[in-house]
Design a protein around this ligand. Sequence first.
Ligand code: NAP
Length: 243
Amino acid sequence: MKYTLLIKEDETSKRIGEYISKRILLEKDEKNPDIVISVGGDGTILQAAHTYPNKTIFGLHTGHLGFFANYNPDTVDDLISDINSGNYMTSTVDLLSCKIEEANGNTITMNALNEITVISPKKTLIMDVKVDKEYLETFRGTGLCVSTPSGSTAYNKSLHGAVVDHSLKCMQLAEIASINSNAYRTLGSPLVLSYDRIITLESSIPLDINVSIDHLFYTFSDFRRITFFYKGECLKMGYHKEE
Ligand code: NAP
């Protein structure tokens, strides 16, 4: 068993990270760890999840709130003994997948822990929204955000989306500055859909768009379609086993 540490760049996180580093008995391996210890906030866990997919993550939050982390500064010694003894539990967090299709036929598939957003940086975004291939609406506005239950407290919340119980199996579509006038109509409210639905956003012409996947950002100049779905991929999080 090997481990690595990801530490947020603030004094408290650095001090706790150093305390952990001195006491973990496993070999340190930044390239290919089995276990990743994230010390910081939810943003640090997002980085850990994308840098080390398929590894078990132990999150210790040093801020005021931590939606993903299972440990805090008061339980740092539990984290150390759990990892040294191998006596811990794991839980899973579902990852939302998306498949992006370009007009030239290229496709790219990625996973998100919090959310995926599609934003048009230059012009009003005009896209058909479909649920399970059924036409729902033609969206006009700045963009759309599809979030997981655990991401519902992040960007989605700023878009007036609902905060969703993490144990629910669902995804949420929220609008970013939709145009609603006498001529154009969108649903105008967040839409919470079951885990087994597929959302499609589709343009009849190639578009210049930005796609964010959690903290990662991509641009496409030949965008045609994006589908959102769950395919059973999860993030594994370690937590303390109560005796
Ligand atoms: P970041 O600094 O890593 O995160 C931005 C803020 O979002 C931090 O305060 C972070 O908390 C918080 N956060 C992340 N995941 C959360 C969750 N599941 N529930 C509640 N708060 C959460 O910034 P970044 O690298 O630009 O982007 C990462 C995330 O920021 C994205 O996934 C998106 O959700 C969020 N974001 C929000 C807005 C908005 O609300 N307008 C805009 C862009 C991005 P910690 O301080 O604990 O790390």
